[in-house]
Design a protein around this ligand. Sequence first.
Ligand SMILES: [Mg+2]
Length: 383
Amino acid sequence: MNTRRHFLRTTGLTALAGAAGIETLFAATKAKSGKTSGKGLVLRFVPYELQLRHAFNLATSSRKTTPDVLTSIEFEGLTGYGEASMPPYLGESVESATKFLSSLNLSQFKDPFQMDDILKYVDAVMPGNCAAKAAVDIALHDLVGKIMGQPWYKIWGFDPADTPNTSFTIGIDTPEVVRQKTEEATPYKILKVKLGQKTDREMVETIRSVTNVPLCVDVNQGWTDKNKALEMIHWLKEKGIVFVEQPMPKTAIDDIAWLTENSPLPIIGDESVQRLPDVIKAKGVYHGINIKLMKCTGMREAHQMLTLARSLDMKVMVGCMTETSCAVSAAAQLSSKCDWADLDGNLLISNDPYSGVQVVDGKISLIDKPGIGLSAHDSKWKI
Ligand SMILES: [Mg+2]
């Protein structure tokens, strides 16, 4: 049975999910979350299945939807919004996220500015559940930013003019589809290519038959021989590739360190680098790290990872899953201080309920609005 439909049926939300606004959905979950007493923080959450514009093909899987849970935290008339996006290969689900969120008691916190205590509590409730934790973290940041009346890039002291271009991902597919996707991606100044199969050179050649824009490649752990990987990286350098992400399995630490030492292109760790302690482990193994909110439990730890990586003289990219504009806008708050951004997750779905950060001429354009800068995509999605 479709897990989302099953969940909605069991919570009586089936009729609401299709047509009603986010506020109505969150209101319907009020009784479910049961954390509305007192004057503390009120957490609400609702499942929301992301519809992908194209089937998403990785080296090891393919899918057309992504399970997601939208969250909100309300405090004294203001509401912050968050999100947990859960690609199945990461091990979280609508069931695990709703179980985790149901277990939280945020009403015990009467001051949303005590973010350190609140988020330490959330992280300690149970291990794992990084996307569900991020959904709380993002909503709390959005709320606190709204109380302060400032966007987070300003609170952190980042210049919105410094945002990088975002890459746009071309997934593994037939040459015809790759050519079509590349032609559709002309507004973007940098493309990201998923590799890790026997068709790697064909993929790159196909894209190069359409465009000469810089490319970055994400192998998603798909190469297993370090000598062949290095040979491939030299070939990729001649094809105008900018960096290589997660070339080999995350457990092949010695091989990746050797590759990094000998590679003519920067090697970036993604699957290897989940949370803050992984940044130190990545020093000497990779040239840089890919920070994603869904891996690292949200904006607070992402900011810490960025600061730590910079102090270790490492490159930083900020990435995302397939997500709504909520989590993408949250991640974009960091982007001014990142070398590269891969924040196209909201552009890959067809049912984004929000709008926030924009891409203008390929470059991330932050919104000067409090919190994470989110607004309604449609009048029915009131925020
Ligand atoms: Mg990656």
